[in-house]
Unconditional design. Structure first.
Length: 263
């Protein structure tokens, strides 16, 4: 893999889902690396050396197993079992169009899904996202939720102050958000909601996106709950809650936090 591509992968969002490529040629890894960067994932080759091994100290979220034209059923089954024993994560087979093994045979060998090579980046991303959503660990925790919990744990351990703007700072350690120097008195859910909005300035988040992040374990949360908490936040953030300048409703789409012009 080129040095530039390695740097790009290293600099990718540390919270992004990780894809491990097993058995892929350098050309295959290079091609997949470009695709996953476009889609917001991270990718490492299990055969790419010391740096990748360090980055793969924890399990990836998905394994992409390259199935070549010459691979036989016993070889593929053995590699699938090795990956499952090593990581216990879903496995997506990347199948050469000239492979001896038919896709339905590969599925019976233990793969969670497969895609034919060459594959477009959008199609690969859709398969990966689908497999992440439906895969559950033995404890019933989805891979997506596991990564979300790890991110929150990292935030607690780092205890850093993140400045979304010169007038808005998120104190991870103290679980406090400061607006224009004022430390807001927030409930846990208010904190999570404002933190989410402030971490995505200018981006409109739908009620469902907010529920997924703020109420991940509460299936009964609704758009009405989101509306209620936005209303409560405005009373603490805005100088005039009836004419909000920070937390804006985008009618029909959701809510966003903006940084108003200084008066």
């Amino acid at each position: 893999m080129s040095a530039m591509k390695e740097r790009e992968l290293k600099d990718a969002d540390a919270a992004a889902p990780v894809i491990a490529v097993v058995g892929g040629s350098e050309q295959t890894v290079e091609s997949l690396a470009s695709m996953v960067l476009e889609e917001g994932f991270r990718l490492f080759s299990d055969d790419s050396g010391t740096e990748a091994e360090g980055a793969m100290a924890t399990a990836p979220d998905v394994v992409v197993l390259d199935v070549s034209e010459s691979d036989l059923a016993g070889q593929v089954e053995g590699r699938l079992q090795d990956c499952q024993a090593k990581w216990n994560v879903p496995i997506l087979c990347l199948v050469s169009p000239g492979a001896h093994l038919k896709t339905h045979v590969i599925a019976k060998l233990g793969a969670d899904d497969y895609v034919l090579n060459p594959v477009r980046s959008h199609d690969l991303a859709c398969r990966v996202k689908a497999i992440l959503q439906r895969w559950t660990e033995p404890q019933g925790t989805s891979v997506v939720e596991r990564r979300r919990k790890l991110r929150r744990k990292d935030d607690r351990q780092q205890g850093q102050t993140v400045r979304a703007d010169s007038r808005c700072a998120i104190d991870e350690a103290g679980k406090t958000i400061l607006i224009e120097g004022r430390a807001l008195d927030l409930s846990p859910k208010e904190y999570e909601l404002l933190r989410l909005l402030a971490s995505n300035p200018g981006r409109t988040l739908s009620a469902q996106e907010i529920i997924t992040e703020v109420w991940p374990d509460l299936q009964r949360a609704s758009a009405a709950d989101v509306h209620q908490y936005v209303h409560m936040l405005r009373r603490k953030v805005e100088s005039d809650p009836k004419q909000p300048r920070w937390i804006i409703t985008v009618r029909g789409f959701g809510y966003k936090l903006v940084f108003p012009a200084e008066e």
